[in-house]
Every structure is written in C-alpha cells, then in structure tokens.
Design a protein. Sequence first.
Length: 84
Amino acid sequence: FPVTIETRYIRKFSPDLFDEELKWHWDEEERIIKSTFETNWMFQLDNNLPVKIEGEIRIPKGEWHRLIKGDGILELEITKIKDI
C-alpha cells in the first residue's frame, strides 16, 4: 500500500520580485496552497484563467502553473503531498 507524506511550510513572496521570478513551472509532487491572509495576488494553472487566491488551491503533480503579482506581501502555507 502506498504511504503519503505531507510536508507543510510557509513561504513569503515580495511585491518587489521581478516577473521572471514568478515564471511558469511544475512540481514533482502534488501541492495545496493557501494564503495566510487576504490578498489580491492571483494563481493560474496552464490553459485556465487566473483566479484570486482564496481558500485552498490544489496543484496536481506535473501541472504547469504560476503566481501573478499583486499588492503587498503574499504569504502562502504550502503542503507538499508525496506518495512513496
């Protein structure tokens, strides 16, 4: 039977980041992101329109995605989900 490991951490993003630092990318494990406070930063999955970061957003393993800069600092609680 597979075992699931979850790793949770906080990551902060500054509004001073260069756009190149928020480029399209994909991850080798599924992730769930949730902003720790209200924000106007946006999130976009490949072939989808950007959405405001509200509640939990599930990012499937290998799915291209990116953040779109808003005002102020973005603080995300990120949960990595990996089956071993």
